[in-house]
Design a protein around this ligand. Structure first.
Ligand code: DUC
Ligand code: ZN
Ligand code: ZN
Ligand code: ZN
Length: 466
């Protein structure tokens, strides 16, 4: 028997349109939209009517950069697929794209299967995977083709973290050449990790062990240099390039220059670079460790360039790089040596709200909010129009968003499995009211009604943003 839900009276906001429309959902898909009050909408019947008066009706968020349960620095990211996807739902995100990891000396298959096993049966919302390449060799290159056929259509490479994830320029070029042949999208962690490791060693030798030195050694110039080099390598290989977690004005300039030449080069930034800064890294009593991530937080002056990049489309996506580690017992591993602080910030639950605050503050328009947080990440990673929009035939991943509710972000009230909030005490206007995932209410008027195992693996097609 078909199951019909009617979302009535809200303002439907997509990347393309804003309209006062009712949305009919049938069997987990969007069946139709019609102007509120129109004869067509008035004639609809449904098992369930959700009153969206005064609310925005927006596509569920697509967070294209999360690390649930990531092993890092002798510990493991504190959100599991269960807790992390539940927190995502609370924050209005209904699809995550997480990173499966190849271990050095191992194949892609083994790494990917381990990530399937972690996620299977545990997710509250839908999920997909990118693959991190840690050991590019002939076998790895061949396996890339198989993964593209399996819906794993993007590959992350690291110019940083020698000995762990690092690839040299030859390995990067080979992976890019392979991707240009099989339709895969190369995602780049652009920091010169060889140079950074020299600066880390020298800083520690001088006794500079506090968290703020993490920001000082991971220099803007070394992000810009790596970004430039990645772009040139992609040009040589004839492949598109997506640079992850862009944090610095000089890196945005490299992307902008490439895009001005018409090159298929794309950039992602994250809420932490838009809302936090080196001031946080300098917080006393080792509190700065809460803000250690890579690329690092930058001086406040960089934020304007990131917002400008988001407005001009030199940056296309805001994802979180959600990679939470508790302060107690995890971040504390780096007391006396900032290089031992596990890298990463929590944020999967906060992204949609922080970006809505950016709408309120006038940094971006309402439709641009949906474009950078839903539609473009879906297009970029082959999920559109199943995800990222509200249109007939799309999955009914829909958020009823209250644009007037006031909230204070805090670890006391968040649902991420981490003992601090990077945004503790921050007031934001706007809050998720209800969330549908494939037509099922997973958040119902601020109550969690979802379940682990509802979320399904999504087989992605190749990049649709070219
Ligand atoms: N950066 C982080 O902050 N955490 C995980 C990996 C990365 O590149
Ligand atoms: Zn029914
Ligand atoms: Zn990275
Ligand atoms: Zn990451």
């Amino acid at each position: 028997m078909s199951h019909r839900t009617l979302i009535r009276g809200g303002l439907v906001v997509t990347a393309a349109d804003e309209l006062h429309a009712d949305v009919l959902v049938e069997d987990g898909k969007v069946a139709a939209l019609a102007a509120h009050g129109s004869a067509a909408a008035e004639a609809w019947t449904a098992d369930r009517v959700l009153d969206a008066t005064g609310k925005y009706v927006i596509p569920g968020g697509v967070d294209a950069h999360t690390h649930m349960e990531l092993p890092f620095g002798g510990t493991s990211a504190s959100d599991t697929f269960e807790t992390g996807t539940r927190a995502a739902a609370w924050g209005g995100t209904t699809t995550i794209v997480d990173f499966a990891v190849q271990s050095v000396g191992r194949g892609l298959r083994e790494g990917l299967d381990a990530w399937y096993a972690k996620a299977d049966g545990n997710c509250a919302v839908d999920y997909a995977f990118h693959m991190i390449l840690s050991d590019v060799n002939e076998a790895t290159l061949k396996e890339m083709d198989l993964l593209v056929g399996e819906g794993i259509t993007s590959f992350k490479l690291f110019m940083a973290y020698p000995g762990v994830f690092y690839s040299d320029d030859g390995q990067i070029l080979r992976a890019m050449q392979r991707a240009s042949g099989n339709g895969g999208l190369i995602m780049m962690h652009a920091e010169n990790g060889i140079a950074i490791d020299v600066l880390v060693e020298q800083a520690l030798a001088r006794g500079e062990t506090d968290p703020r030195h993490h920001g000082e050694v991971r220099k803007v110039l070394l992000e810009a240099e790596a970004t430039h080099r990645a772009i040139q390598l992609a040009r040589v290989a004839g492949s598109p390039l997506y640079v992850v977690h862009v944090s610095a004005e000089e890196a945005v300039a490299e992307l902008a220059a490439a895009r001005d030449k018409g090159l298929p080069v794309f950039g992602e930034t994250c809420p932490q670079y838009l809302f936090l800064s080196t001031d946080n890294l300098a917080e006393p009593d080792f509190q700065g460790a809460k803000y250690v991530c890579s690329t690092p937080l930058r001086p406040k002056e960089h934020q304007a360039a990131l917002w400008r990049g988001l407005r001009t489309n030199d940056l296309q996506v805001v994802s979180t790089d959600h990679c939470p580690f508790c302060f107690r017992g995890q971040k504390e591993l780096g007391r006396g040596d900032f290089s031992k602080i596990p890298n990463g910030l929590p944020g999967v639950e906060n992204r949609m709200d922080l970006l809505h605050q950016a709408v309120v503050d006038g940094h971006i328009s309402r439709r641009r909010w949906i474009e950078i947080a839903c539609a473009t990440p879906a297009r970029m990673f082959g999920l559109y129009p199943q995800k990222g929009t509200i249109a007939p035939g799309s999955d009914a991943d829909i958020v009823l968003y209250d644009p007037h509710a006031e909230q204070v972000l805090s670890a006391e009230t968040h649902h991420m499995n981490v003992d601090y909030s990077a945004y503790e005490g921050r007031r934001v206007t706007g809050r998720v009211e209800s969330v549908l995932s494939r037509g099922e209410l997973v958040i119902d008027r601020r109550q969690y009604t979802g379940r682990a195992g509802h979320g399904a693996f999504i087989h992605r097609s190749t990049c649709q943003y070219l």
